[in-house]
Design a protein around this ligand. Sequence first.
Ligand SMILES: C[S@@+](CC[C@H](N)C(=O)[O-])C[C@H]1O[C@@H](n2cnc3c(N)ncnc32)[C@H](O)[C@@H]1O
Ligand code: SF4
Ligand code: SF4
Length: 387
Amino acid sequence: MAQTYALKYLTQAALSAPKDMFNAWMAKHRPIHPTVLIYQCTFVCDARCEMCSNWQRGDRKSDMTLDQIRQVFASPLWKNVEMAMLSGGEPTTRNDMVEVSQVIIDSLPKIRKYGINTTGLTPHRAIPMLTKVAEYCAEKGVIFSTRVSIDGVGEMHNEVRHVKGAFEKANKTIAAMRELQQRVPFNFGVSATIFNKNIDDCENILAWAKKEGLDIVFNMVRFSDPMLGNGELAAGAVKPIGRDEERLRQFFLERVRMDPMMDGQNYIHMHYADMIGNGYHREAPCPFQTQGIMLNPDGGLYFCENSQILGNVLTEDPEELYFRATSQQHRDWIRDTQCPTCLSPCQMNVAAVKQVVPYVKFLVRATKEKRKAVPARIPAHAGSLSE
Ligand SMILES: C[S@@+](CC[C@H](N)C(=O)[O-])C[C@H]1O[C@@H](n2cnc3c(N)ncnc32)[C@H](O)[C@@H]1O
Ligand code: SF4
Ligand code: SF4
């Protein structure tokens, strides 16, 4: 499955390479319209995770209504968005999540890929909603991807999410999505966020995902007020440090060594290993540097998870807000002060295949790592181990 996925990416990348290279060149000379969007449609949540504080700030009254979303997405700001991701909070807590998705898909003339992150913790809502979105995307020729978050096997997941029976509930959604894949084409997998609490469960989660035949991506814990509301956790004990960090680095390297080279997640895992190994100096590309945008539930507009707020799309014209000189100066500030140490993998695998040089560098390095995975041969003269 991972290879089909990578093949699809690479085919897409090859087809759009001339345009992507032109965009990248343009973005060096003047600001361009965004091509990648993260829309956090609500901070209301059905979990109370230890590593994310969005659940504490969920407020339905401040979420943009469907009509407001329709009005905001009528702006020409979004005319070049090719990839949109719906996140939160928990998107499925919105009764109108399907309609929100349809408005977004219908408003973006260039959309190619639409994704949803979900807890899967409320299966009786999530399953019919995700089914409808998958069907709608298939009808519109948009690639749909969804991932259920799993941060531990069994009780560990329940504890991280502070939800009784969370693992069982999420598995109900997982089973339904896999059944749906028999009928509707879409990418499906799980994602695990690793922090000090569940670091010992990494291998368990991986073994479970492999046994279940599920595509899995691992996230390393990070801190962002605009995206996760968890800036205050950065000073606490959530982040793995010292020996735990090194263990995590080895775990990510092992993923690079063992997983198929063309796997879309390989680049992300290598990025984490690099960041830990080199004292958090970012080498990986990020589409948000020049062509990403993040929209929050109340209409707050940000360049990315490390951006300050540019303004609010409900009270100001979105396109003017994005392109105004002070916003663009802020983007330069992000590039100079935030990017060099930023851990974010947001859509990095997408950016990687779009940018030929870093991707080739990655392939070379990944090949070197893979060689290290080949077990040393026992010399012919060594005899049997029982001797
Ligand atoms: C913020 S959640 C929103 C969607 C949905 N509520 C969920 O949990 O899947 C999106 C993704 O961010 C991950 N995440 C949560 N806290 C994080 C953190 N501190 N660092 C990195 N990723 C985190 C979640 O595990 C999830 O995969
Ligand atoms: S990670 Fe997702 S489920 Fe957990 S609190 Fe954050 S938004 Fe909610
Ligand atoms: S700060 Fe991070 S997420 Fe933002 S543009 Fe830079 S690398 Fe990307």
